[in-house]
Design a protein around this ligand. Structure first.
Ligand SMILES: [Zn+2]
Ligand SMILES: [Zn+2]
Length: 323
């Protein structure tokens, strides 16, 4: 398994929390307004509580330990068919942004288990939005607390994701692709390249199974080719697993921190203020100046400066000095 570099792999994002009005959810939502509940101030509100993780693909060992360590939340998995919300292999298209999908998944689990506290994760793997020549894996983990009417989430991005794809005819030499795809450590999905969707083989994990799948897919395809891709489901794609664990760790750290105003869990960075004056000409360059911390349950926010008031930015990144 490739190690995910903790600092290089992580990118500053603006994660945090959402309140009901920002979540478009057809389900009867309790998120119209956070409930004005009184949070206990002495012990963490989730210590000793039970939550449910909606998962079909064995994410429990990645997500539960950080939350148990950080706040004493106990998490059990419930097997719900989260594929109804879309699949990586595309038979069921994904609709809606990842955060919305993750919240829906969490609520599927909460309904199945009859609990008001639930978690889910959602991955986005593909060309990086900021650097499209790189493939990134952004994993998001969400904690939905319908008892209190709050949602807390965090995310982690890695560029060490294995996501290979190729087309082949039966008998083609696949040596280079197999190395690039880290097969069979990473499993594969095989389907007809053009024409019918079936036969679709998922979780292909041996050379014999791969050859059979290619033969069947190529025979069904109108162009005689099979399309072979990394199976991106978490249990089939080991390079995703440390990224999911990284997102869960960040979520756990966020959940552990209490709002200084109302004591709700989930206090942390919700936005970044950009703009530091250029050292040469004073024009604002695109560097972080401060972070805004916020609360999932109340409107309290605090600005935390990242640089001193006399800080100046690098003229090399200045739009005037180095256009
Ligand atoms: Zn300048
Ligand atoms: Zn608060």
């Amino acid at each position: 398994m490739k190690a995910v570099h903790e600092t290089v792999g992580a990118r500053l994002e603006s994660p945090g929390f959402i309140r009901g009005e920002e979540v478009k959810d057809d389900a009867p939502s309790v998120h119209d307004e956070p409930k004005r509940i009184r949070w206990p101030s002495e012990r963490h509100p989730y210590a000793g509580q039970s939550a449910v993780l909606a998962t079909k693909h064995a994410k429990l060992p990645l997500i539960a330990p950080p939350l148990a360590r950080a706040v004493g939340l106990s998490i059990d998995a419930v097997a719900v068919d989260t594929d109804t919300l879309g699949t990586f292999s595309g038979e069921i298209p994904r609709t809606g942004p990842p955060l919305e999908t993750a919240i829906r998944k969490a609520r599927l689990g909460m309904q199945a288990a009859g609990l008001g506290l639930g978690l889910a994760s959602e991955g986005s793997i593909g060309p990086d939005p900021a650097m499209p020549f790189l493939t990134s894996d952004r994993e998001l983990v969400v904690l939905v607390d319908d008892n209190a009417g709050i949602v807390i989430w965090d995310a982690y991005t890695s560029y060490d994701i294995v996501a290979a794809t190729t087309t082949a005819r039966p008998g083609d030499d696949l040596g280079q692709f197999i190395a690039e795809a880290d097969f069979p450590v990473h499993r594969l999905v095989v389907r007809p390249n053009q024409g019918p969707v079936q036969p679709l083989h998922k979780g292909v994990d041996s050379r014999a199974a791969l050859d059979t799948a290619i033969a069947q897919a190529a025979a069904a395809a109108t162009d005689g080719c099979a399309r072979i891709e990394t199976d991106l489901r978490a249990h089939a794609c080991p390079s995703r697993q440390p990224v999911i664990a990284g997102a869960a760790e960040r979520l756990a750290q966020r959940v552990a921190v209490r709002c200084p105003s109302c004591s709700a869990p989930g206090w942390g960075c919700v936005d970044i203020l950009m703009g530091v004056p250029c050292d040469w000409c004073g024009t604002e360059v695109d560097q972080p100046r401060a972070e805004i911390d916020g609360c999932p349950a109340c409107d309290h926010q605090e600005v935390r400066a990242l640089v001193g008031t006399d800080a100046t930015g690098d003229p090399g990144t200045c739009p005037v000095c180095n256009p």
